[in-house]
Design a protein around this ligand. Sequence first.
Ligand code: C2E
Ligand code: CA
Ligand code: CA
Length: 394
Amino acid sequence: MFEGLHRETFHPGDVIFNEGEDGDRAYLIESGCVEICVGNGDRQRRVSLLGSGELIGEVALIDHQKRTATVRAVSDTVVVAIERSMVDELLEKSDPVIRHLLRVVLERFRTTQRSLSPRVLDDLSLMLEYPQHKDSLYHVAAYDLAMAQDIAHALQTSQFEMHYQPICRLDDGEIVGYEALIRWDHPREGTMAPLDFLWVAERTGQVRAIGLWTLERACRDWPALRENLSCDTPFISVNLSASQLTGSHLVDDVKAILQRHNMSPRELKLELTENIIIGRPEIATQVLNSLTDLGGSLALDDFGTAYSGLDYLQRFPIATMKIDRLFISQVLTSAQNEEIVSSSVRLAHSLGMDVVAEGIENEEVRQKLIALNCNYGQGWLFGRPASLEATQRP
Ligand code: C2E
Ligand code: CA
Ligand code: CA
């Protein structure tokens, strides 16, 4: 297994490395036995004996600090040297969060071993002082880790909130549904917009937890929201993130939440972007079909922004096309955008889909969209996203 790697032989009493030295390699003990000692001179004491198959010197190798112990051969010992360059290469390829976690764990190991006062994990700023760690990846990892902790804490302490924005019929302004949009009342940063933390949650694997919370909260609030609506087919629209679709739990989660809130699946719409669908088309087909089999419907969010071709529009069971705000905001000023909106509406209708225009901010845009045959709209003209309480006020 270790063919081709550099081996060194030590005899009883030989020092392999000393406490306080720079550590540029770790060693795997192939045969023999070594003692690990801490302290200097007369105060040196053995803390353990290690034998074949054990690893020594790995801590200094990874975190670029001095050796924390002296290691000496007790019998004839053969070790395989593992150079820093090998480990650096592997670490470089690893996920930044894992890399950062490793460094935090090592730091903790060192502080406990030296009986210093324990350093709390969120004291990340101290660790960033180490000059060799001032690379951007390290900052990304530190930020991710701090955010991951904040998100976990936020889920436990109800810092997330759901806001609801009306979706209206364009001709008479009647509200037909609401889109649920998450907000974070962050203790240090203030109110955080979803795009500022959802991408971190994607990287740290917390999207499922946030997605579950979002669905749960939107379905819990739905009866109160529905009170505001008098149309025949009212709905609540909830956004999905990419990793919710690739996980195997989504359909079961949705089913359980609907049952818990005694909610009709017909009243739930799930919004997802083209990129989410196209990233994993096989899984998407399976999951989206299961969701619509349950009775829920799907909306294609941010339509027009992904340059992804149109064949998937037929492949997936999509009921609603939401035309991105980018095109709507310039529908009056750019002939090209007007053409994009107009042909998107025609395309959607020819496929039997409803169309929602996003980001309608004024009456002129609404009139233009009516003229282009668009039937539904969402935007500040009709109402900004607001808390449940605010939607209840007359
Ligand atoms: P989106 O799905 O396109 O949501 C619409 C965004 O446009 C919202 O931003 C909304 O506040 C904003 N908006 C609505 N009307 C207008 C308007 O007339 N003018 C302008 N300038 N903006 C308008 P928000 O709430 O910051 O959400 C941003 C994105 O974050 C959403 O884009 C959605 O992709 C994502 N998101 C929000 N909540 C959730 C959630 O609970 N789960 C997931 N997975 N994603 C979410
Ligand atoms: Ca959306
Ligand atoms: Ca959108």
